[in-house]
Design a protein around this ligand. Structure first.
Ligand SMILES: C[S@@+](CC[C@H](N)C(=O)[O-])C[C@H]1O[C@@H](n2cnc3c(N)ncnc32)[C@H](O)[C@@H]1O
Length: 266
């Protein structure tokens, strides 16, 4: 399972990319006052709080990371939001929500088909679900370039060869749509967009640390022991790569390919 516990204390500040990507989900879902909303893979709850501002209905945030939910409760428990620590695969709601909001979490699901079936059951008739997630094998060319260097470097290549990616990255919007349709949801919009923003090398590194490192630096996804020395070398190589990727202005053009999908329970 992904491990966001370690980064939960920095997550809210450093997850600038996830936060800006969530704005399109708000547009797609058009939450109405009175809607019951599930924030699936809610992390530290700062987006659940923005959802709360749009509705008087129930707002529920679900995430398997105890660290993330601890931060969510610390910061937003006074806002009438219910946070639960469990996997999306363990959802157990029936006809409860008008909206399921899923920002930057879909790629982490272990059993996507099971999650989508449970979401279909959790939604009310005409209820809507939208996801935003990094997509395609080239989901962030800058991260991929940095990882290529990890793969080649003497100090990291052997251990990295024992890493298996935990993520689901499909290459076309039709493939994402097929998953939702198979679960009984009707897809209204599905597209993979390319988004590029400029950041200092240090910011690019923090963005990497706010999500990708929970996979790349997680013992669960290696079949040999990951040492402290490996983690240190890995981080140094990534930092150096972002410095090398910076232009004369000192800025890195950070590109993400993202799936934006809206589905409805008919
Ligand atoms: C990049 S964070 C996104 C958090 C938040 N939605 C946001 O936009 O800031 C990804 C979240 O997905 C959660 N996650 C990982 N596997 C999950 C699963 N199987 N079910 C639900 N959430 C999961 C992680 O714990 C993490 O908090």
């Amino acid at each position: 399972m992904s491990n966001f516990n370690e980064i939960s204390s920095k997550y809210e500040k450093d997850s600038v990319i996830q936060k800006s990507a969530s704005e399109i989900l708000f547009d797609l879902l058009n939450i109405q006052p009175g809607d019951n909303v599930l924030d699936l893979g809610c992390g530290t709850g700062h987006i659940s709080k923005l959802i709360r501002a749009k509705t008087d209905g129930q707002v529920v945030g679900v995430d398997p990371s105890e660290g993330m939910i601890e931060k969510a409760n610390e910061h937003y428990s006074g806002q009438n939001i219910l946070f639960h620590t469990h996997l999306a695969e363990q959802l157990d709601y029936k006809d409860e929500f008008e909206i399921i909001f899923c920002n930057s979490a879909f790629q982490w699901f272990i059993d996507t088909k099971k999650v989508l079936k449970a979401c279909n059951i959790a939604l009310r008739q005409n209820g809507k679900m939208a996801i935003q997630a990094p997509a395609t094998n080239n989901y962030c060319p800058n991260f991929i370039q940095a990882i290529e260097e990890v793969k080649r470097h003497e100090s990291t290549k052997d251990t990295f060869s024992c890493f298996t990616s935990p993520w689901l990255f499909l290459n076309t919007s039709d493939e994402y749509s097929a998953l939702f349709e198979e679960a009984g949801l009707s897809v209204e919009k599905s597209s993979i967009d390319k988004v590029t923003t400029s950041h200092s090398a240090e910011e690019a590194y923090k963005i990497f640390e706010s999500g990708a490192s929970a996979g790349y630096l997680n013992q669960t996804y290696y079949n040999i022991q990951v040492t402290r020395e490996y983690i240190e070398s890995f981080r140094n190589i990534i930092k150096k790569s972002f410095e090398d990727q910076a232009k004369e202005t000192g800025q890195v053009d950070l590109t993400f390919y993202r799936i934006y999908l809206l589905a409805v329970k008919k």
